[in-house]
Design a protein around this ligand. Structure first.
Ligand code: ADP
Ligand code: MG
Length: 730
């Protein structure tokens, strides 16, 4: 009998105390403590003279470089604030291409050569650090003789204090670059893409409103996750090492009854959520929504939207907090896109829009017809950008773990399409079908637009099967995986829409220089864009087989496997797009591509090894042991002189178990042999493809037979926590 499974189950049954009383929520309203651990504008004002603050603030807002003196002033204010709040250490906090965040803590405490002991933190330490970054993925950007990586302060995202137990650390958001300035992280391309989009969007906005001087991207993410008890988690080597179950027969009851979705939240989970939300609020993460998701044990959390750079930082910080807080509750959070086969996976919807300094959301249809033309311009340009660069957008959400989710009958397919709803489809269709963009046509379109109902309030027109859906006043990108750094798809969105707006503006200038009226010229171009990008619009069931066929007829790409999808990053079109927009250099793009391929290979390598060990060390011994019991029984029946037919069931089972054991052993052997060959491949993408096409199917075969054994073997002998236990035992 396997002890660990039953010990784990026993542990849970005896758990108590993790209810709401366990959570320490500060007294008073959320607004009383919201952001108390953030070095935000209000805090900064408290620690700086008014003139220093004004100078620093305006430099930060305009993206100008801070002088050494000003940086020193900020560093000093930050240090005093952090120490007043009990911080002893500081760290540059950055987002390497591993997907998570990285930190290296240093103490403020310094021993001077004179023997004097003080606490120090100056501009030099604030602005730049050299963590020993040689172990972070770099895709060949750092040759061995120049392995240094640098972190550089990003003043546009405020510093914060992370509390772990009694320890408090000042965290400074930074970008991570090579000695030569190449990006090694997700943040630098994101910041560049935001700047690129802004410079492309401002002239377009100014066609409608001269007062627009700033445009920024807004991101509101929705984070899905699973929770399991720590004891169960630790008893599953696959969860521990890979974040997902590599084996496990489906539970007879999964999510069929839909009884978990939006159901009442179990108290222990509720306590976790309250605790997590409190931590988020102290760190200025504006989380507002929580609910049960479709899968048993699956939940979702969402904040108010924010400026994209801050929203990305907040999501990265959130994933870290989710993990830490879960430990306190003896829970483990599963951020993996597909922890369990047969039930829904987890995504991270990215709601994307653009805002202006004049207070407008550029994707809000608004009520005034004049503004509606501005809406229509940004709306249609976004759709066309997605049409034109769908493959790059797809590549930005490609990963080994997200491959399990996209197209799995619960998540959007790997085909990029745009859903806009019935009302707006009608508007675009009528513009396309006929209205001629002369003065009369302009009036007709404005008339049509003024009749667009308030979509922001209308939640009925939803299509949950679309990877890219317009939801009232923003586009919701649903293909993003739950573990991912939002920055990758956001960088692509900003860049492709920026590029599209540049093109639009150039075309418009051409027409207007030839004497065409502004609105008529805009409509002439939009009409063409609507028609050109029509194949990407789809309002039907994105999960259906018909759509796959229809999409193929329309010429839309369907790349379900990451190694294929990633190639879009190094296509000529991508190189041209990213280098001209200044978002990636060609070398950075290639390095990024290399890292994504390596990540894929490593993930599959670890999974294949873990699976091999699990079946050889856990599953086969359990099956053999049970089979021996059956054989003993059959032999004893025979000794008693009973006819063989009396042991028929036992003998059948013995045979079946042997068959499955042999299949497993054969496939594991083959998997090991294939891996040995595949690991010799030089090119990372070729190796990734080989893992995908050769190793993955063998893993699936092993699983099939192992899951059959789970069905055959005595429950008391089964060593691994079962699906029903993982999902339903609390
Ligand atoms: P749901 O998609 O679950 O129905 P909502 O429509 O209320 O929920 O919004 C979901 C997310 O959209 C929230 O995280 C919210 O912050 C975000 N959101 C709302 N408006 C914008 C916007 N202008 N830009 C970016 N995100 C937004
Ligand atoms: Mg949503």
């Amino acid at each position: 009998m396997s002890l660990s499974r039953f010990q784990a189950l026993d542990t849970i049954l005896n758990r108590s105390g993790f209810d709401l009383e366990y959570v320490d929520v500060p007294e008073g309203k959320i607004s009383d403590f919201f952001g108390c651990n953030v070095f935000n504008d209000v805090t900064m004002q408290g620690y700086m003279s008014p003139s220093d603050y004004d100078r620093v603030k305006s430099a930060i807002d305009s993206g100008a470089k801070l002088s050494r003196e000003d940086a020193d002033t900020v560093a000093d204010a930050m240090k005093r604030w952090a120490m007043d709040r009990g911080a002893t250490h500081y760290t540059h906090w950055f987002q390497p291409l591993t997907g998570r965040t990285a930190e290296k803590h240093d103490s403020f405490f310094t021993l001077k050569p004179s023997g004097e002991v003080t606490e120090e933190f100056d501009a030099g330490t604030l602005v730049q650090q050299e963590p020993d970054g040689s172990s972070f993925p770099g895709g060949g950007l750092r040759s061995t003789f120049e392995a240094r990586g640098y972190t550089a302060w990003d003043p546009s995202s405020p510093a914060f204090i992370l509390e772990v137990g009694d320890g408090k650390t000042l965290c400074i958001p930074t970008i991570f670059v090579t000695y030569g300035g190449h990006s090694l992280d997700y943040k630098l391309p994101l910041l560049k893409s935001q700047a690129f989009l802004e410079q492309a969007a401002i002239p377009v906005c100014q066609l409608f409103d001269e007062a627009v001087a700033k445009v920024w991207v807004t991101l509101g993410w929705e984070q899905e996750y699973f929770l399991v008890d720590e004891a169960l988690f630790n008893a599953r080597p696959d969860l521990l090492l890979t974040g997902r179950t590599l084996l496990g027969k489906h539970s007879p009851k999964g999510q069929q009854l839909d009884d978990h979705y939006f159901g009442s939240i179990p108290e222990r989970v509720y306590a976790y959520m309250r605790d997590l939300e409190t931590e988020c609020h102290k760190l200025g993460i504006p989380v507002r929504t929580r609910h049960n998701e479709v899968g048993p044990g699956q939940y979702e959390l969402a904040p108010m939207f924010e400026e994209v750079n801050l929203a990305v930082d907040h999501n990265q910080l959130l994933m870290d907090l989710m993990d830490r807080v879960a430990h306190r509750h003896k829970l483990r959070v599963l951020l993996h896109e597909k922890p369990f086969a047969g039930v829904n996976g987890s995504g991270k919807h990215n709601n994307w829009s653009m805002s202006t300094n004049t207070g407008r959301n550029l994707l809000s249809p608004g009520k005034k017809p004049g503004q509606n033309l501005q809406f229509l311009t940004f709306f249609v340009n976004t759709i066309r950008a997605v049409y034109e660069y769908a493959d790059i957008l797809r590549a930005s959400v490609a990963s080994a773990s997200n491959d399990h989710r996209l197209g799995a009958n619960e998540a959007p397919p790997a085909i990029i399409s745009v859903f806009i709803g019935e009302t707006l489809s009608k508007v675009l269709d009528s513009i396309e079908a006929g209205i001629t963009p002369d003065e009369d046509g302009v009036k007709q379109v404005l008339d049509l637009l003024s009749k667009v109902p308030n979509l922001e309030l209308d939640n009925t027109d939803r299509n949950r099967t679309s990877p890219f859906a317009f939801t009232g006043n923003k586009f919701e990108i649903r293909m993003v995986g739950s573990t991912m750094n939002c920055a990758a798809p956001m960088t692509v969105m900003n860049t492709i829409v920026g590029r599209q707006l540049e093109q639009f503006h150039a075309e418009l200038r051409g027409l207007m220089d030839n004497g065409k009226d502004r609105d008529a010229a805009i409509l002439t171009i939009l009409k063409r864009y609507i028609s050109e990008s029509k194949p990407v619009r789809f309002e039907g069931d994105g999960y259906s087989e018909e759509w796959r066929q229809e999409a193929a007829r329309r010429g839309l790409a369907n790349t379900p496997d990451t190694p294929d999808a990633l190639n879009a990053y190094i296509s000529d079109a991508a190189k041209e797009l990213f280098t001209n927009s200044g978002v990636f250099t060609e070398r950075e793009l290639e390095a990024h591509y290399e890292v994504m391929n390596e990540n894929y290979i490593l993930k599959l390598q670890i999974e294949a090894r873990t699976l091999g060990e699990m079946v050889i060390n856990h599953i086969l011994p359990a099956a053999v042991s049970y089979q021996t019991q059956l054989a003993d029984n059959a032999l004893k029946l025979k000794q008693l002189g009973l006819p063989e037919s009396d042991a028929k069931a036992q003998l059948d089972l013995i045979k079946l178990i042997s068959e499955n054991i042999n299949y497993i052993k054969d496939n594991v052997n083959q998997m090991t042999a294939v891996r040995r060959d595949v690991n010799e491949i030089e090119d990372a993408n070729e190796m990734a493809k080989a893992y995908c096409k050769q190793v993955k199917p063998l893993m699936e075969a092993v699983r099939t037979y192992a899951d059959r054994l789970e069905y055959l073997v005595d429950d008391r002998e089964w060593p691994l926590i079962k699906y029903r236990e993982l999902m339903f035992v609390r």
